[in-house]
Design a protein around this ligand. Structure first.
Ligand code: EPZ
Length: 428
């Protein structure tokens, strides 16, 4: 297994090209199921999860072709998907267990074919990740749902879903995405209340509209969808990745650096940018993106994760690494997932002083971190270890970097280009 080796202590300075958003790409890809015409997605990040999703789509009978050569320094690529005919409506366990976002084919398959059989995703490192809200949403659109042998089997009476009213008791990004894609082809009007408002949801809505869908209230918690008999193809550009941008902003903070996050969209990053400013970083909006510059010692924060527009749970681990070196004590509260502190014991091995009490982590700033061999456990935890390694004295080896490859395109290349001493070694 690969490992990443970092010799820390280098101040990062320069431009980091921000890739297309992983969490937008993973809900835009299944949109191709909703039409028999080609859907071309550009600015797709080169990530293991995007490749994995492409293979899942191939298994359903959807052709995928990549355009755009892999050139150093150039991020992203275009993929054209065509679901002329669906040859299978089953997403098998061995695909879904590796990538729980596979559950996002459930709504589109049900909408297009009137049936879908998708393996239950199971849990992951950060929590048990149920899908009850996805299933209730589809039932509100008329679907019959049964569970057999670890699979969800959904059918639409008469082969087509009917518009309905979906009221989410808690905000769920994935369930909102499945509901939107299903409602787009349902008969009649659907209303989705307490919908997730993450920018990736708005990106999905804009792509569906480009395909001929009719959606009101984009960006709000109340979405009204007029179902169509069919959708057509489109060319759509994936939004920039706000979490990747926020992660590299933390790299500037933790190394006392100065980075331009090329292509980042400040409109998607309100809570992240406020957190960075509160921690003492200079954040300025420039023509090419967002500039984040360290400006004196890091200041401690009190942060609580929340659904958008609150502080994103996907940024909690990265902020924790940065705040491990702040002048004072920070308090982080994780309200979304029940086990998203797997990075704490690894950061502690590098000298961080962090106490976890239930959902709350108390981070006492220390003078320095020391490089050590550490273990990645999930995607964002892995990034927090990379960040700590960039600032630590000595050498850090991050093992199990396949977690990182799921969400950060060309990480070593982007960090080396701004002065990090970082390399990947296949011996891990
Ligand atoms: C999406 O996951 C993201 N993944 C996650 O990013 C992100 O952390 C999460 O949204 C929250 O913003 C993708 O977009 C591929 P949820 P999702 O449904 O849709 C509970 C990363 O690092 N819940 O909004 O699975 C759930 O357990 C990943 O990029 C139910 O109870 O998240 C959680 O506590 C990690 N029942 C809360 O809701 C359900 O049916 C929010 O989950 C669904 C969710």
């Amino acid at each position: 297994m690969d490992r990443i080796i970092i010799r820390g202590g280098k101040r990062l300075e320069g431009r980091v090209p921000i890739s297309g958003a992983k969490n937008a790409a993973l809900t835009l890809l299944p949109c191709a199921i909703l039409t028999d015409q080609p859907l071309t997605l550009s600015n797709l990040p080169r990530l293991a999860d995007v490749d994995g999703f492409g293979h899942l789509m191939n298994g359903l009978g959807i052709s995928t072709s990549i355009a755009g050569a892999k050139r150093k320094g150039v991020v992203g690529r275009a993929m054209t998907l065509k679901a002329e005919t669906i040859v299978s409506t089953t997403a098998p366990y061995d695909m879904v267990r590796k990538m729980r976002a596979s559950i996002l084919v459930l709504g589109p398959l049900l909408a297009r074919e009137g049936e879908a059989t998708v393996s239950l995703p199971g849990g992951c490192a950060i929590g048990n990740r149920p899908i009850d809200l996805h299933l209730k949403a589809l039932e509100a659109l008329g679907a019959d749902i049964e569970m057999t042998a670890g699979y969800v089997r959904a059918t639409a009476p008469g082969g087509r879903l009917s518009g309905g009213r979906i009221v989410f008791p808690i905000v769920s990004v994935g369930a909102t995405e499945n509901a939107l894609m299903a409602a787009a082809l349902a008969r009649g009007e659907s209303v989705i209340e307490n919908a997730a408002r993450e920018p990736e949801i708005a990106d999905l809505c804009r792509c569906l509209v480009a395909m001929g869908a009719e959606i009101e209230g984009i960006g709000t918690e109340r979405l009204i969808v007029q179902g169509k008999d069919s959708l057509h193809g489109a060319d759509y550009r994936v939004m920039p990745d706000r979490i990747e941008a926020g992660s590299y902003a933390c790299a500037a903070g933790i190394t006392g650096g100065d980075l331009l996050l090329e292509g980042a969209n400040a409109d998607d990053m309100g809570a992240i940018l406020s957190g960075l400013s509160e921690a003492g970083l200079q954040v300025t909006h420039e023509a090419g993106g967002i500039r984040v510059k360290a400006d004196g010692p890091l200041r401690p924060l009190s942060l609580s994760t929340a659904p958008y527009p609150g502080f994103p749970t996907d940024m909690q681990a990265q902020f924790m690494a940065m705040l491990a070196l702040a002048n004072g004590t920070s308090v982080l509260t994780e309200t979304i997932f029940e086990n998203r502190y797997m990075h704490v014991p690894e950061l502690a091995r590098m000298g961080a002083d962090i106490q976890v009490h239930g959902r709350t982590a108390i981070v006492k700033g220390v003078e320095k971190l020391t490089g050590a061999p550490v273990m990645a456990t999930d995607l964002r935890a892995s990034m927090s270890l990379i960040l700590a390694g960039l600032a630590a004295e000595g050498t850090t080896e991050v093992l199990r970097v396949y977690h990182l490859d799921r969400g950060y395109e060309r990480l070593e290349e982007k960090l080396s280009a701004v002065g990090a001493d970082i390399e990947r070694d296949g011996e891990g």
